[in-house]
Each structure stands twice: as structure tokens, then as C-alpha cells.
Design a protein around this ligand. Structure first.
Ligand SMILES: NC(=O)C1=CN([C@@H]2O[C@H](COP(=O)(O)OP(=O)(O)OC[C@H]3O[C@@H](n4cnc5c(N)ncnc54)[C@H](OP(=O)(O)O)[C@@H]3O)[C@@H](O)[C@H]2O)C=CC1
Ligand SMILES: O=C(O)C1=N[C@H](C(=O)O)C[C@H](O)C1
Length: 228
């Protein structure tokens, strides 16, 4: 595949490495080369099978508009833009483009989300209080993390709750720690995912790009990760 990686930061760099290791030809654009998505012209985008975005919340919205408007395929790992999801979905449908988005591309977190759903269902109305804590590196722009918001949504709908509180911590270069706790007067149940590096995110994103390369439509990584 010909892969275009947008963002050459902590995660984008690894995505480019993993894509090359998996035999893909890789081109990377950093912020200086793509101000306001200006590099993403239709003829340029047409030179790639899939575009993968690990940039920043404001940049990704412009990047998605430019790429998806050409009917191309895009994997979006960047978080903090989901209030624009309905617009992105509409664009994908109108242009017959392809989009996989996800707050966390690691398989471990996907399993955690399924376990959280089950935990919510089984502890519904059983006297438990749910809470979430997340810890990330000090340069993270969005807070709480996209993954913590996804976890909260999963638990809210499984346990029938209006709110699940989230505490966010910023510390050193933490790659990503998410802890879901259910506490009652009698006991406590804790589900933890700790990323030791960003490798799992990068591998998941490249696998998602391979999966998307033969498809069109809009998919949450949660729905498709078992197919890769
Ligand atoms: N879904 C998942 O599994 C994961 C999601 N993420 C998300 O990915 C995003 C990036 O995270 P991270 O790698 O830590 O962040 P970094 O800040 O390390 O990297 C982002 C890079 O994108 C660059 N950039 C900004 N605007 C553009 C643009 N228009 N075109 C090309 N490049 C651009 C930045 O350049 P400059 O610094 O010069 O502005 C920077 O180098 C975040 O939203 C994070 O939450 C991260 C890990 C896993
Ligand atoms: O910014 C990060 O680093 C990460 N962001 C994602 C999120 O917001 O959940 C995924 C992962 O936790 C790393």
C-alpha cells in the first residue's frame, strides 16, 4: 500500500516505522509541510491508498475535510474532535470515502472496553459507584483522554448511569494508563490498562489502514478490530 502519514510526532513517527516494517511505502507530512491542510490537494491525495492521521484536534478536522472530500480512505487516531463526528460521517457518505476512527488502537484497550461493558451490565443496580482515572504525558492537548471518554460512555450505557466521573493526570512521558473502578460498601473491582509504549497504537492503526484499503464507509475501530 502507499500510505500517507500526517503528523511526525510521538505516535506518527512510530506509525510510519510500523507501516514500513509491514512492507508499505510511506510518505510523512509534518506540520510545517501541511499548514491548514494545504498539502492535501486532490491530485496529491490520489497518490495514496490510505491516509493515517496522528496530529492535533484542530489540525485533524481540516485534514479530514480535505482528504475525505476527495473520496479517499483515512484512519484517524487523533482525539479531541468527536463533536464533529456527524459532519465527518456525512462527508464520508456523500463522497463515498472511507474512514476508521478510534480513541485507542491498542487491542488491550479494546478488550478492556468489552470487559467494562460486561462489568457495567453485571453490576447495574448492585450498589456500585463507577469512576475512571487516566494518566498521560504532560504534552497531551486533550483532557480527559479520548479513551477515558469512550470508557465512560460504555459504562454509562451498560450500567444505566447518567455520569461516570473521570480524573485526568498529566505526568512525564506516560504513554497511557486507564483505570476503571467499581466500588461498593463491601468491595472494589478494578480494571487497568497500561501502555508500556506507543507501539500498540501504531500497530493497530496500520492494521486498520490495511483493513480499510478494500472498503468504503465510516467505522469505529471498536466495531472492526476483531476483523484485522
Ligand atoms: N487513537 C489512538 O490509539 C491514539 C491517539 N493518539 C492521539 O493522536 C494525537 C497525536 O498524539 P501524539 O503523537 O502524542 O502528539 P504529538 O504532538 O507528539 O504529534 C503530533 C504531530 O502532528 C503535527 N501536526 C500538527 N498539525 C499538523 C498538520 N496540519 N499536518 C501534519 N502534521 C501536523 C505536530 O507538529 P508540531 O508539533 O510542529 O505542531 C506534531 O509533530 C493526539 O490527539 C493523541 O490523543 C495518540 C496515541 C494513540
Ligand atoms: O495522547 C496520547 O498519548 C493518547 N491518546 C489517546 C487518548 O486520548 O485516549 C490514546 C492513548 O491513551 C494515548
Amino acid at each position: 500500500m502507499r500510505v500517507l502519514v500526517l503528523g511526525h510526532g510521538k505516535t506518527g513517527k512510530l506509525v510510519a516505522e510500523v507501516a514500513a516494517e509491514r512492507g508499505h511505502s510511506v510518505h510523512v507530512l509534518d506540520a510545517k509541510e501541511n499548514p491548514n491542510a494545504s498539502a492535501l490537494t486532490p491530485p496529491f491525495v490520489a497518490g495514496f491508498d490510505v491516509v493515517i492521521d496522528f496530529t492535533a484536534p484542530e489540525a485533524v478536522v481540516q485534514n479530514m475535510r480535505a482528504v475525505l472530500a476527495t473520496g479517499a480512505r483515512m484512519v484517524v487516531g487523533t482525539t479531541g474532535w468527536y463533536h464533529r463526528l456527524a459532519d465527518a460521517r456525512g462527508l464520508v457518505e456523500r463522497k463515498e470515502a472511507g474512514l476508521v476512527y478510534g480513541t485507542n488502537f491498542s487491542v488491550g484497550v479494546q478488550v478492556m472496553l468489552q470487559m467494562a461493558k460486561r462489568m457495567g451490565e453485571l453490576l447495574k443496580n448492585a450498589g456500585y459507584e463507577f469512576s475512571i482515572e487516566e494518566t498521560h504525558h504532560v504534552t497531551k492537548l486533550d483532557s480527559p483522554s479520548g479513551t477515558a471518554l469512550t470508557l465512560a460512555n460504555v459504562v454509562k450505557s451498560a450500567a444505566g448511569l447518567a455520569e461516570v466521573p473521570i480524573k485526568a493526570h498529566r505526568m512525564g512521558d506516560a504513554a497511557g494508563l486507564h483505570v476503571l473502578q467499581a466500588k461498593s460498601a463491601a468491595d472494589k473491582l478494578v480494571l487497568t490498562h497500561e501502555a508500556h509504549s506507543r507501539r500498540g497504537f501504531a500497530e493497530g492503526a496500520v492494521r486498520a489502514a490495511e483493513w480499510l484499503s478494500t472498503r468504503k464507509g465510516c467505522y469505529d475501530f471498536q466495531e472492526i478490530y476483531t476483523q484485522m
